[in-house]
Ligand binder design. Structure first.
Ligand SMILES: [Zn+2]
Length: 255
């Protein structure tokens, strides 16, 4: 695995001759409770992209470290100090700009690997607009957009949650992310500050302007207290295997 920000442009040109799969990790700068750093989504997306790229001889671009606005029911919302978010149009334009530049370089295969729930439709729109441009000029790129958590095998979730998985939207700064960080970046986890709260319960609608009511004050939407590095390892290794297999098969079929 190579990071483009550590290559010279001449090395990059050489590497592109192998038609590598290029990875764009996308995260957020968002509160993740009193125990995880605000860069958690960006850190996890970057590490996941690097691990998968290593198995596929890929290249990893610099991470988009800001994301679309936190929503109350999936990230605690925009009322937390520290959460620093982009307008949808900014994320769309950023994604479109990067795809356009990669096409100019001759990149043919791209994976946009998302680590922040709220990003997905804005990444999708950036990709769609870029593809429309590329198709109009006679060349499309083979682009995959994915959220890494979709690949965690159900059997692993059953083991880790003892059959009580709350769903990914509430898994904000909770057991999965805390366990992954305990495995990958334990020095960044404030173990003594892991909150003891139970699962948040929300109305089945969103309200605007966001007022922060209804969500836990800690910013953690589901229990994190059972998190461990061992669970993180299980989640991470099984997810890396599954993504690597799926992407390998996709790009082989399309080559
Ligand atoms: Zn997160």
């Amino acid at each position: 695995m190579l990071r483009t920000d550590q290559l010279t442009w001449t090395e990059y040109v050489e590497k592109l001759k192998e038609e590598p799969i290029v990875f764009l990790p996308v995260g957020a700068h968002e509160q993740h409770g009193p125990h995880l750093p605000m860069g958690t989504d960006a850190i996890l997306a970057t590490k996941m992209a690097e691990a998968v790229a290593a198995g596929l001889q890929g290249l990893v671009l610099p991470t988009i470290s800001y994301g679309y606005k936190s929503q109350a029911r999936s990230g605690g919302g925009q009322t937390f100090v520290g959460t620093t978010s982009l307008d949808g149009q900014t994320l769309i334009a950023t994604t479109q700009d990067i795809v356009r530049e990669l096409a100019r370089h001759g990149v043919r295969r791209l994976v946009v690997l998302d680590g922040h729930f709220e990003n997905q439709w804005f990444l999708t729109e950036g990709i769609e607009l870029a593809q429309r441009e590329l198709q109009a000029s006679g060349g499309a790129m083979d682009i995959v957009r994915t959220e890494y958590w979709d690949f965690c095998p159900e059997a692993v979730l059953d083991t880790v949650f003892e059959g009580e998985f709350p769903g990914y939207d509430l898994e904000h700064a909770a057991l999965i992310e805390t366990s992954m960080m305990l495995y990958w970046q334990p020095e960044l986890v404030r173990v003594d500050s892991i909150p003891q709260n139970d699962q948040a319960s929300f109305a089945t609608f969103d309200t605007y302007p966001q007022d922060g009511r209804g969500g836990p004050a800690s910013g953690v939407l589901a229990p994190a207290k059972g998190a461990s590095g061992a669970k993180g390892q299980l989640i991470i290794e099984s997810t890396i295997t599954a993504i690597t297999q799926a992407l390998g098969a996709h790009f082989q079929a399309n080559s």
